[in-house]
Design a protein around this ligand. Structure first.
Ligand code: MN
Length: 493
């Protein structure tokens, strides 16, 4: 999906009360605002003025059209004037796409000399947006309310975050994940209800036998491998002479990509316990696929694979990396506590601080040959880690603010890519909250996608979301989890 080509519809609410002249002005201004906001360079997608709506029939028609237009990812409404909200009920009831209420006004300031009753008739967003907001609240519509002057960067940034969340909503509904093998034996947090996830998030999660992957690997030609090796040389440094091992990774990558393309999938999982007929666990192969936006989860973790693919779509064009990650070990020096994240192999180079190098080392786990992998350090920056877990009857998303730092140690004997970070509010409080919430060891780490975008996404998907920030305390966080448990049980009845 190229998000620049996607659009959001700007629908301005009004009524016939004001006469044609006012309605023409409202329409002209609505079109001007949408065009200027699109041209402003902050919004990641187009905002397209559609209509100034005045009747139940007009609103119903526009919501039906929005539902069926594949290029439209959501609807933004605003009331320049007053728009009686009963006429919005039918349309809102039908709307199946993300919805944002932009509470703004055309003019920034109240003009001292010019203000009279004509001005008041035309410029009454403060009044119109309240009537409009009531029906959203009354209908319990999932929505974002953005408030402020429409030309301000802060307002456009909030709208931009919501648009990126809506891109994630679309990506979620198009998600297809290929499972090369099952989940790792005995592990709980990587499990989940795939039917529930398809109903709630739109994901299709399908199994393909590893034997089928091996069959496709056996059809890969030397010429195809040569071409992939040229790509590796272009992207990475070779810190190994063992080209046969690297070529084997190329063969695995080519075969996995063929199956993903054939099945229309953009995410996959594998499991080091199920490599029947394969000589190496895919390392470099998985890493190079992730670098191109493909989702991945290790040990059969299809939930983190789907989230990685979605968040990579949301991150289009942003600085920073978005990747599958795993908390490994801590440095617990008092006051300077940090977490070291890595994986057996599969860390995406989108966060690499330097050009990654290809190395070959034994794995230490499993019974296969030493695999080729990319080794690098993560680039510093503010970010988040995100975990999606199945609570039994509902999904919970946990977001934690983090700061990725340059690793405090060189760790010359660690043969994998590494990312080091400080979680909010501090490592120990953060760990307590994360564990209380049931957050997984696998996460999506991003220094591109923000917590605001993920909160907007969770609301669109209608799933529980908790956020660990600089202000979080264990006491309050535990209460939130407790109240959420009750609320979501009621909500799911
Ligand atoms: Mn793992």
């Amino acid at each position: 999906m190229d998000m620049k080509q996607k659009e959001f519809w700007f629908v301005v609410g009004s009524q016939f009360l004001y006469g044609p002249e006012v309605l023409e002005t409202v329409a002209a201004r609505g079109a001007e605002m949408a065009q200027k906001m699109t041209d402003g360079g902050i919004l990641p997608c187009k905002l397209v003025y559609k209509a100034t709506v005045k009747t139940d029939a007009e609103i119903t028609q526009i919501m039906k059209d929005a539902n069926h237009d594949d290029n439209c990812l959501g609807v933004v409404t605003w009331c320049h004037t007053f728009s009686p909200s009963k006429m919005w009920i039918h349309g809102f009831d039908l709307l199946q796409k993300p919805y944002c209420h932009l509470a703004t006004q055309y003019n920034r300031k109240i003009p001292n000399e010019e203000i009279d009753m004509d001005f008041m008739n035309l410029n009454q967003a403060a009044h119109g947006d309240r009537e409009h907001g009531f029906i959203g609240a009354r209908m319990r519509l999932p929505r974002k309310v953005v408030a402020g002057y429409w030309q301000d960067a802060s307002v456009q940034n909030e709208l931009a975050a919501w648009m990126r969340a809506a891109v994630g909503y679309q990506a979620s509904h198009e998600m297809r994940i290929i499972r090369f093998g099952d989940n790792m034996r005995d592990v709980a947090v990587t499990e989940g209800d795939k039917v529930e996830t398809q109903i709630k998030l739109g994901w299709q999660v399908d199994y393909w036998p590893v034997g089928h992957l091996v069959e496709v690997m056996n059809t890969v030609t030397e010429a195809e491998i040569d071409e992939k090796m040229a790509e590796y040389h272009q992207r990475y440094d070779f810190a190994t002479d063992d080209l046969a091992t690297v070529r084997y990774q190329a063969k695995e990558e080519i075969a996995m990509r063929k199956i993903l393309t054939r099945e229309g999938a953009n995410a996959f999982i594998n499991n080091f316990q199920d490599l029947y007929g394969m000589d190496q666990l895919p390392g470099l192969a998985s890493q190079n696929m992730m670098a191109d936006g493909i989702g991945y989860g290790a040990e059969g973790d299809w939930k983190v694979s789907g989230m990685t693919a979605i968040m990579k779509q949301m991150a289009q064009g942003l600085e920073g990396g978005t990747l599958f990650m795993e908390d490994y070990t801590y440095d617990l020096e008092p006051g300077k506590e940090v977490s070291l994240g890595a994986h057996m192999l599969e860390v995406c180079p989108s966060i690499a601080a330097q050009r990654p190098r290809i190395e070959v080392h034994p794995l230490g786990i499993g019974d296969r040959q030493p695999p080729a992998r990319l080794v690098f350090e993560g680039k510093p920056g503010k970010g988040i880690v995100v975990s999606l877990i199945d609570m039994g009857g509902r999904l919970r998303m946990i977001i934690q603010d983090i700061e990725v730092i340059k690793p405090i140690l060189a760790m010359p004997n660690l043969p994998v890519a590494r990312v080091m970070w400080k979680p909010a509010p501090d490592l120990l409080t953060g760990v307590k909250c994360w564990i209380q919430a049931g957050g997984a060891h696998h996460t999506v780490l991003s220094t591109a996608v923000t917590a605001e975008m993920m909160q907007d996404w969770a609301e669109m998907m209608q799933i529980e979301c908790v956020h660990i920030t600089a202000n979080t305390t264990v006491e309050e966080f535990k209460k939130e989890l407790f109240y959420n448990d009750i609320a979501w049980k009621l909500k799911n009845i």
